[in-house]
Design a protein. Structure first.
Length: 151
């Protein structure tokens, strides 16, 4: 491939543009692990991030460490959203229940990605005020009957 020489001012601008694009791509959020990102069964109708700190600043950010019941469960993008599955959790998977919605029919949960320690999710510490969970772990909504609370 022949080498193309650009006029000096244009070369400097091109080099700056390439450097800026490199920085943007280096700061982007990595994709979730493939083994915990199942095929979506439909377009998400709504997204509602899970809130932590709903019990106040003197208690942990999420109220209970629990486990998924036998049979596993699907994780959704929002309570009452049943068309787009965000993730699947196997029976016995540890989750942190952070909030309840829709008359306690849905739980907002935080869970670690496969091969990640649940302690790194940071939800056992308190937070100053109620806020959206920002990571580093995954979050979503499960049906209340699919979890053994406090297990």
């Amino acid at each position: 491939m022949p080498l193309i020489r650009l006029p000096r001012p244009m070369a400097a601008k091109s080099l700056c543009a390439i450097a800026a694009l490199s920085l943007v791509s280096a700061c982007s959020t990595p994709a979730p692990p493939e083994d915990n990102a199942p095929a979506v069964s439909g377009a998400a109708l709504a997204v509602r991030p899970v809130q932590v700190g709903t019990e106040g600043p003197s208690l942990p950010a999420c109220s209970s460490v629990s486990k998924v019941k036998e049979g596993g469960t699907d994780v959704y993008w929002a309570p009452d959203e049943t068309r787009a599955v965000k993730a699947k959790l196997a029976a016995g998977s540890p989750i942190s229940v952070c909030e309840a919605a829709e008359n306690d029919e849905w739980f907002g949960v935080v869970f670690a990605a496969p091969r990640t320690e649940p302690e790194m999710c940071g939800v056992t510490r308190s937070v100053a005020s109620q806020q959206e969970y920002q990571g580093p772990c995954r979050w979503g909504w499960i049906k209340a009957g699919s979890v053994r609370l406090g297990s």
